[in-house]
Design a protein around this ligand. Sequence first.
Ligand SMILES: [Zn+2]
Ligand SMILES: [Zn+2]
Length: 1306
Amino acid sequence: MEDRRLPRGPGKTAPRLINDLLDYDPKYREQRGGKNILADVAQRFRTVATPRKRPTDCRHALMKIVPNTVAPVSDDEQPNGDTKYVVSTFCQRCRYHFDITVDFTRWKDHQTPCKLSDPENPMHHLQLVESIYTKDQPDRLQASKYNPTLELHLFSCSRKTCPVQVDIKISAPRLIRSMLGPIMDNTKLHARGAKEIQKDPQRYTGLQPVTAAVALGYLKTYLADARAARNQPGPKRIAKRNKKYALAFGTECDTLFEYLDFKTIKEDTQEPDEEPAYFWRPPVITDTNSQFIDDVITELDVLLADRSPSEQQASNIRVAYHPLPALKDIERSLGYFDYPKRSRTVDLSKEEHPYYLSLGAVDDFTDELLTWAYDCQCECDPANKPYYLDCLEDLAKGRGSPDLQMKVVMATSAGEFGLKAIEDAYKFFGLDPGTKEGDDHIMGLYKSRIASAPRQKDEARNCLFAIAKARNSAKIEALANDKTMSHEEALEFFGVSSDTPSDSIGAAAVVMIQALDADKSKVTRALRVIANQRNDSMLKQAALDMETGNRNTMLDVGEAYSRLQISNRTVPDETIFAYYQSLTSDAAPGSKDSFSEALRAIATERNSNFLFTKLDDPNAIVQAGPSTADQPIGLDNIGNTCYLNSLLQYYYTVQPVRNVVMDFQNHRMSLNDEDIKKKRVGGRIVAKPEIIKAQKFVDELHNLYENLKTASTRSIKPTRELAELTIFSSAAEANFRRASISSPSGPPNLASILDNSLERPVYGPHLPPPPTRPSPSPVEDDIEMVDHPNEKNGDNGDNGDDSSEATLVDMDSLPSYSDATAKDGEKLLRSEKDQAAHDTSADGDAVMVNGEDFASGEKSLSVPEKQPPLPPRNKSGLVIQTNDSRNLISDDELWKFGSQQDVTEVIGNVNFRLQCAIKPTSIDERSGEQIDVVRDTLYGSNAVYLQKSERAPEQKVEAWANLIIFPAPTGTRDIYEALDVVFDEQMVEIDNTTAAQHASIYKLPPILHIQIQRTAFDSVKQIASKNRNPVTFPETIYLDRYLDSEDPESTLMRRRRETWKWKAQLRDLEARQAALHDAEAELSVPDALMAGKEFLIGLQETEELKDISTSPTLPDQLEERTAQVAEELGAISKEIAGIKQNLTEQFTDMRQYEYKLQAVFIHRGEAGGGHYWVYIYDFENDIWREYNDEYVTEVKDRRRIFDHQGGAGGTPYYLAYVRSADRKNLVEAVCREVPEVQEVQQTDPSSDWLEEGQDVCMAIDTDDENDNTRHVEHAKPRPLRPKPAADIAGWDTSMGSDLDANGREW
Ligand SMILES: [Zn+2]
Ligand SMILES: [Zn+2]
C-alpha cells in the first residue's frame, strides 16, 4: 500500500466501526447520495434523530471465508511487527464480501498497540484516512469479474502509541442476480422444462422440469468437479444436449456459463447430415480464477441453503453448507473480543442514541469506556468539543451515571463548554449562534453589558468564555480572562472616577494589594490601563514597581505619624486631617508634598476613604464612616435596572411627590367601589387590581423613601418588587392587551389576565405619552373629552365582554394609547379625530385632539426638519407573564425589558401608578379626570393651532408629562433651538390642503420635564441607533417665548411670527450658501472660478497653444464673477450672522417664566444598554451631585454636566427644570433624618420589626442573595408596617383579599 494520508476528523472505536460495517449496505449508496455510515462522520444529533438505515438495508450476517482468513486463534495471541490479520467474509444474506485487514507492520519499537488490558488505550480508535471507490477512482481501486471491488476504506488508530491500520474492502457478490434469473425462478424453469419435454417427449420419458434447487445444485457440482480436476487433464465435458442440462439451463444460461469461464466446444459429427454437437468445457482453474470459483461455489451454497426445505429435499441435492460466523475473528483481530460491557436490559428494537454514534462509541460501553471514547473524540476533533460535551452530558443524564456526570463537571470546570451552553452564551448577548458579527462586536456587547450590569459580570464573562472557545478567539478569551481591561472597568475596579487624581489611584492600588489582598496582576493591569489613558508617568512607574515587586515606595506608617506630629495613633480620621491641614496651610510647596505623603501612608494603613478623599480635595464632603444627615445616600444597583435608581433618586427630591409618598396613609385611594367608579387617570377608568398594585408600588416606594431619609448606611438597596413595579408591568400588560386586541379570534377578555374577581373589565394601563409628541390628555375645564366617561360607565355597567371590547377600542383611540405601529389604533383614531374636528367647527369648543403624529391624513410640508423615526413600541422577543401569581421576573428579563423601555415610558408608568394609588384632590368636572399632586406638579399642556382657512384657527389642547426634543442631525443645538422645533409654525397637509400649524404652551407645569430623544429607529435595518450630537442646556431657561397668547396680535405672537420668518430666510440663505460652497467637494464656487481663470491665463501665455482661441476678456470676466460670488458669500454669511443674532436676542427681555435646571439624567453606551446615572442640583447648598448607584458624590467640575463632550462620557437624555419662583416648595435635594446609631447585632431575624415605641436602630446582617447587603431597620416606627425582608412572594398576597388600604383585614 502506498503511503497513507494523514487521518483526520473524529474517529470510531473498533466496536463502533464494526457495528457500522454491519449496518452499512453498499447496494444503496448511490441512491443515498453517496452516504456511507461506515466511513462518514455520524450525523449530528439535534432534537430529532434521523434513522441512519432503512428497513431494506441488510444487517449483514458475516461468514468467514476460511481459507482466506488469518485471525488470532485465541484471545491470548499477541500480534507482533509482522502481524497482518485478514478476515475475509461475506454476508450470507446479501452475498457482499467484506475483507477486514488489521495491519501491525508499521509497529515501531516504542509503540504498544491498544489492548483491553491497557487502561490508557483499551481499544483502537480508528480515524478514517481515506475512502476509495472504484466508481470514482478505477485506476486506484481496480475491479474485475474475479474481484468486483467496490470500496476500500483505510483507517488508522488515532492513539499515538498504536501502529494499527485497518482496511475494509467491500466487493460485490460474484454471482450477478440478473444472470441467475433463468435458474432461480421456478416458474420459468418449469416453463422451459415443459417446453423441452414437449419437443421430444420420448427422450424425456420419466423426467420432469427441475426446480431452482436442482439447477443450483447442478451448477455447483459442475464447478466443484472443475475445482477438483485442477491440475488434472481434461475435466468432463457437459453436452448441451444433455437432458439434465437442457432441463435446468438450456440456452438461456449461456451468459452465466460463459461468465463462469465455461467454454463452448463445437464438435462436428461424422454423419454429414447431422448437426454438430456442442459441449461446455468446465472452467480451467488457474491462479487467476481460483478464488473466484471458490467464491461462486460458496455463494451457490448460500443460494441453495436459501431454498425452501421441501425444494431442497426434493432436489436430492446434498446441501453441504456449514458457514462459520466471522464476528469473533473480527473482534479478536481488532483486539476487542469480550470487552467489558455495562449491564443493562438490551432492547434491540431500539436504535442506539445518536450521541453514542457521535462519540464513536456503542451503547453497551461501560462508563469508563464511554469517557475514554469521549476523550479520544475531543482529541481528534477539537473543533467539535462543545458538541461532544453535550453528547456526554446527555448520556450521563440518560444513564444516571455519577461517574459520567463527574466527568462532565470536570470538563466544564476546565473551561469546556457544551454546544447548548455556547448557544445560550450567544443568546445571552442577544446574538444568533450563527452570527456573522466579528469578535469586536461581541466584545463591545460584553463591555456594554458589564458596564450597565456589573452584577451580571460573572455570567457575562462565562458566556464570553464560551464564545471565545467556540470561535477559538484568543482576543475574546483574553477579554473574558480580564486580560484586557477598559478604562471604565479599571476605574470601577478601584472604585474611583475619571477625575480622581492619579496619586490617590496609586494609593488605592497599594491598599488593594496590601490590605485587601487583591489579585496583584489585576491591580497592576488596571493601574496600567489608567496610566496609559492619562499618559501619567507616575502611575506607569507605580504599575511597573508593582509588577517588579518593588512595593516599598510607601512611607513607613510610624514615620508618617511622626511627620504629622501625631503621637496617638488611635485618633479619628478627622483629627489626623486637622493636623495635616494645619501643617500644610502655610508650608512650603516641597514640604507640603512630604505631609501629603505621610497622610497617604496613614490613609493606606487605615484604608480610610475619608482621608483619601480629603487628600484629593480638602474641601470634599465625605462621610468618615457612616452616612451623614447632610448628604443623600446611594442606591445599590440591584442588577441591570437601567435608569431605575436615577428615577427613584430624582423622585425623592420632588417635594410634592415625596410628601405624598411619605404620608401615604393620608393620601391612599380608598378601595370603595363607588370611589373607584369615579376615578379617571389618563382619561380612563382604573380597575381595583390596578389600584391595589399601584398602592403596593407606593408602599414599596414609601419604604425606600423612609430608608433614604433615615438610613445610617451610605447606600441602601431598592427591592425587586419596587424595581418591577417601576419599570415593568404596565407596558408589559399593554403589550398583552394589544396582542389581545389584534387577535382575530374574538373579543378579548382582559379581565382574565388580571383577576377573576373583577367587577368590570380591566383596561390596559395608561401608557406614557408617545415619544414623538406630548400626549394629550384632558386637564383643563374647557376641554371636552373625546372619551365620555359617563357614557362609558353606563356601557360598562350593562354589558360584559362585549362592552369591554368597545371600551378598549375607545381607550385605544385615546391619543395616549396611540402607537405608531398599531395600524388598527391609527385607523380608529383618525375616525375619532374626524368626529372631533367636526364637533369643533360646530360649536367652537376646544376639543382634545392630538396633532399630526397620530393622523396619517396629515403630512408635514416644509417642516424645518424631519424627526427621526422611533423604535417600535412593541418590544420584540419578550414574552412577559402578566398574571399576578407569577414568580419574580428574572434579572435578565428585567434588564432586557428595562433596557428596551423608553425612559418616558417608565416615568409615565411611575406617574400613572402614583396617580392610581392616591386619591384625587379634586375631579375635573368636564373630563372626570383625577386632579392630584402628581398632575398638578408634572403635567403641562400645549395649545395647537391649525389654520385651515381664513377663519380663526382651530385650537386643540394637548396635555403632556414632558416635552420631547431632538438633537440636531448634525452639529450642536441649544435647548431653545430644539424646543423651537416643537413650537414653531410648520405647514401640514390636511384634507388635501396645506395649513399652517403651530403650538404654544397652554399650561406650564411647576416642574418641567424635557426628554432628549436620542434613540432613532432605522426601519430598514430594524435597529435602534443613538444620536450623540450635543444639545446644550443652560442652568436657567426662560419659557415666555413659548407661552400661549390668546391675542394673535400680542407682542409675543408678533415676535414669534417674526422669528419664523427669519428662520425661513435663514433656511434659504443656508441653502444658497451650501450651493455656492459645496462642502463635500471642499471647493467653493469662488475657488473654482479662480482656478478656471488661472488656467485660462496659462493657456494664453503658452506659445504652443496660441492656436486655441479663447476670448481675451474671459479671464477678466471670470475674475469679475469670482469677485461677485465671493461677495455674495460674504453677504450671506453676514446676513446669516445677523439673523442668528436677532434670533438669540428676540426674546431676551422676556424673563418672567424662569426655570432652573434641577436634574440631568445621563446615559452612557449604546441604544438598549449602557450605564445610567443622574446629576441633581442642591439649591440649598448650591452644589451638583452625581447619583451613580451606590455612590452619591459632589460634582466639583460642572463641565462634567454641561460640557457634553466632557470626561464623563455620557449623554444627557432627560432634564428636569423647576420653576424658579417657588422652587423651594418643589424640590429639595437633601432630606435626611439620621437617628443616632447604635448598632445592635440582631440574632433573630424574624423579630426584625420593631414594636411601636421602640427607639433603636438596628443593623441586621442578612446573608440572602449572597452579598453583604445590609438591611437596616430604623428607629422611628414607620407609619406602615414594612413587609419582612424574607417575604418576596410578590403581589399575590396584596392582590388577594387579606389587607385593605389601611392594612386591616378585609
Ligand atoms: Zn448483507
Ligand atoms: Zn490502536
